[in-house]
Design a protein around this ligand. Structure first.
Ligand code: ADP
Ligand code: ZN
Ligand code: ZN
Length: 740
């Protein structure tokens, strides 16, 4: 250790160069002044010409003898641009999520991969509407499905973005070529799909806003305009609005406003909800000024989009969480739709949360943040109630029907009445009725929490930990284990609550449901969607479009089926075992259950016809189930926040999840125990205990939870643990830190 302090500096900031920082000595008078993330001037190369660079780390460790190091010159005013913002954001991520600066920088900087700039192609209709309708009817008769899909769109649109038609409508290029050959369309390259923002020739697309919508738009836009002159006060808003209440229309108006003021926008939508219909609405308004980022793009294509944003060729980017890092020069607005979605949390290091990161990005850029959801996360709603976000409520559906008529079926009663099928009597009758009427049905198996928990089919009793109020999991060798605290007990043969022998691990997959349906209705056409049937990205979209085209009567699936897509002919949604997700060993189970059920119910009756939802459950009196049946978010929130307050769970307190993995079980456990000893401040440690999934790919997993009133204590504890890890004897062990 020396008495010097050193700064590691990146001279040329790009994804590839961050691994090669240069080290400089910080002069005495700048110690404490120069901080991580600062832009500084340093002498560089043989001639010692001054260059600008970014400090990514300050350390006491020198990599070369001090005599060979140069002194940093001073802080620099320059480069206060996109790069500096990215470095600041990375520095914040490092501090918040406990990653290395290099990993954080790699997350926020685009990967440089030179590709031939992708042509923007547009499909242009060359026939009259009457001719298209004729060709459409012909394609329907010939059962040419892809042709039907594109001709259907061409009935109403004279231009379509080529990319969207291929990727979201699943029309192959050979189908398009045949349409070109017969003179139905032409495909043009480059900038024909002009920005229609200011020159809408289609007045029917310009909806007159409802009063609810207009008020929200006017308040947020006036905040945005004020913010043009004073960027220190950037607005933060939450729009709580049921599906169909017109949120997307509000987003579009806000984006138009930002563009008029010369600023750019990032719009996050979970990948699963990036449907053709939604994207088309944005293309219609913003033409080639909007671009879509999704996981199917190559690194080169993503880089190309980043450069288009950087060069000012686009104003809007739509995409999943990584779209946050598209380098706009004058970012004015970030919108996060479905802000409660778990896909906004990164699984890679740094395990950033898109909502928190967007908030920091908006602070740096002086941009406005708008969150939207039909079922906001409890944390977000709590902050909104406390005035941290300005809260707007949208309560009315603008088109279509009222929300589905919903009823709850008590499965315990079904068993009492001798029905041991997974389908209740009421649901069976409703299915028969829809089959008769040729309407469609969705059966949703709430299986997320499936982890070998043990429940009684007579009374619904679930075997729980004596200390944690979470369900126990059955392990081989006749043991029930709590994955939260490690408590163990013997498996049971008889329900301790009611004495019934129908107590067992819950088993029901989409396959079993399909078999059951076929037994009762031999003619029924069933599509299944779960992790087994959707190995590839395409199969997911294919199943959905087959269902949309009426090729099946029933779609059976796990939570994948409840998001995004609209099927106008679905008039019945059955929710099987609604309480399954309540058995997760996690304080967010009720919230997740409420969100999933609310979304599932919302799938029924999206078209002209009235919808119905039937919730089957062993826990008809659980508040998440009752409130979702009434679509009563506020009621749910009140009970849930009381529970969080009582248990000191977020947002009442701060909480961190630490996962230790190792190829050797003992080593994982002992490292977790060693880490637990490093905790400082007012922090409560829970665990270590094996994870619900105790082994993955031959790596054993142990969990630790830290709870505290003050997040600073938890961050300090994490830092202590990280210090310990630097010296710990590590072979295969890995540790991740997740802040809730
Ligand atoms: P959300 O995003 O909340 O689900 P949308 O913005 O998609 O709601 O609106 C739901 C439906 O209502 C859409 O079909 C949309 O075109 C229509 N819509 C939205 N705003 C208006 C409006 N002001 N006038 C008429 N129709 C509207
Ligand atoms: Zn029982
Ligand atoms: Zn326990």
């Amino acid at each position: 250790m020396s008495e010097y302090l050193f700064a590691n500096i990146i001279i040329d900031i790009s994804h590839e160069k961050v691994d090669r920082p240069f080290q400089y000595i910080i002069p005495q008078n700048l110690i404490g002044v120069v901080k991580e993330g600062d832009c500084v001037e340093v002498p560089f190369g043989k001639g010692n010409s001054l260059r600008e660079g970014f400090v990514i780390e300050i350390t006491q460790k020198n990599e070369y003898p001090v005599e060979r190091l140069k002194y940093l010159k001073g802080l620099s005013e320059g480069k206060l641009g996109v790069e500096a913002d990215a470095v600041r954001l990375a520095s914040w991520m490092k501090k918040t999520y406990g990653s290395t600066m290099i990993a954080a920088l790699k997350t926020v900087l685009p990967v440089k991969k030179v590709v031939k700039s992708k042509e923007i192609k547009t499909i242009i209709r060359k026939r009259t509407t009457e001719e298209i309708i004729f060709l459409y009817a012909q394609a329907v008769r010939k059962k040419q499905k892809a042709k039907v899909r594109i001709l259907e769109e061409l009935k109403n649109e004279e231009m379509l973005p080529y990319d969207l038609v291929v990727s979201k409508l699943h029309v192959s290029s050979s189908t398009l070529t045949s349409l070109v050959k017969d003179g139905t369309i032409v495909i043009e390259s480059e900038k024909v799909y002009r920005n229609p923002v200011n020159s809408s020739d289609k007045p029917e697309d310009q909806k007159i806003l409802s009063k609810e919508q207009a008020d929200i738009v006017s308040e947020i836009t006036s905040g945005m305009s004020k913010n043009m002159t004073d960027t220190s006060e950037n607005g933060k808003y939450l729009i709580h609005g049921i599906t169909g209440s017109g949120k997307t229309e509000v987003y579009i108006k806000l984006i138009e406003h930002a563009i008029k003021e010369g600023r750019q926008c990032i719009m996050l939508i979970p990948e699963i909800a990036l449907t053709y219909q939604t994207l088309m609405r944005f293309y219609k308004r913003f033409g080639d000024r909007v671009s879509v980022m999704n996981s199917t793009l190559s690194a080169g294509e993503k880089y190309d989009q980043c450069m288009r944003a950087y060069n000012g060729d686009i104003d809007v980017i739509i995409g999943p969480r990584s779209a946050l890092f598209v380098p706009f020069r004058k970012l004015g607005l970030v919108i996060i739709d479905e802000e409660h979605e778990s896909s906004y949390i990164s699984e890679n290091n740094p395990r950033y949360h898109a909502r928190q990161t967007a908030e920091e990005l908006c602070r740096i850029k002086g941009a406005t943040l708008v969150l939207g959801s039909a079922t906001p996360s409890i944390e977000t709603y709590f902050l909104a109630k406390n005035g941290y976000y300005k809260l707007f409520q949208m309560t009315k559906r603008l088109t279509g029907n009222q929300l589905a008529k919903t009823s709850i079926v008590d499965l315990r009663e079904e068993l009492k009445n001798g029905n041991r099928s997974v389908l209740s009597l009421k649901l069976k009758e409703a299915i028969a009725d829809r089959l008769n009427k040729k309407e469609q049905i969705m059966l949703f198996l709430n299986r997320r929490g499936y982890s070998g928990f043990v429940s009684c089919r007579a009374c619904g009793h679930v075997m729980k930990c004596n200390h944690c109020d979470v369900s126990l999991s059955r392990h081989r060798g006749g043991k029930l284990i709590c994955h939260y605290c490690g408590y163990q007990t013997q498996d049971v043969k008889i329900c301790p609550e009611c004495g019934s022998k129908y107590i067992s691990g819950f088993k029901a997959g989409t396959q079993q449901i399909e078999d059951e349906l076929k037994k009762i209705y031999p003619e029924i056409r069933v599509l299944r969607m779960d992790a087994d049937t959707t190995g590839t990205k395409d199969s997911y979209e294919n199943i959905l479009s087959s269902f949309a085209e009426g090729e099946a009567d029933v779609l059976v699936g796990t939570q994948m089926i409840v998001k995004g897509h609209d099927f106008p002919n679905v008039t019945l949604v059955g929710i099987l075992a609604a309480d399954l997700s309540l058995n997760d060993s996690d304080f967010r189970t009720a919230e997740r259950t409420f969100q999933l059920l609310t979304q599932a119910i919302g799938r029924a009756g999206r078209g002209e016809k009235e919808g119905e939802a039937i919730i089957q459950t062993y826990r008809p009196d659980h508040y998440s189930i009752i409130h979702s049946a009434h679509q009563d978010y506020e009621g749910f929130y009140k009970e849930e926040i009381a529970y969080r307050m009582l248990g000191d769970y977020p947002p009442a307190g701060a909480m961190m999840h630490i996962r230790v993995q190792s190829a050797a079980e003992m080593r994982a456990e002992s490292l977790a125990k060693a880490l637990a000893k490093r905790v400082v401040g007012k922090v409560r440690v829970i665990g270590p205990a094996p994870d619900t999934v105790s082994k993955v790919k031959d790596m054993f997993r142990f969990n630790l939870y830290l709870k505290g009133e003050d997040i600073k204590d938890i961050e300090m504890s994490r830092n202590k643990m990280e210090e310990y890890l630097e010296t710990a004897p590590i072979i295969t062990e890995t540790v991740s830190f997740d802040l809730y």
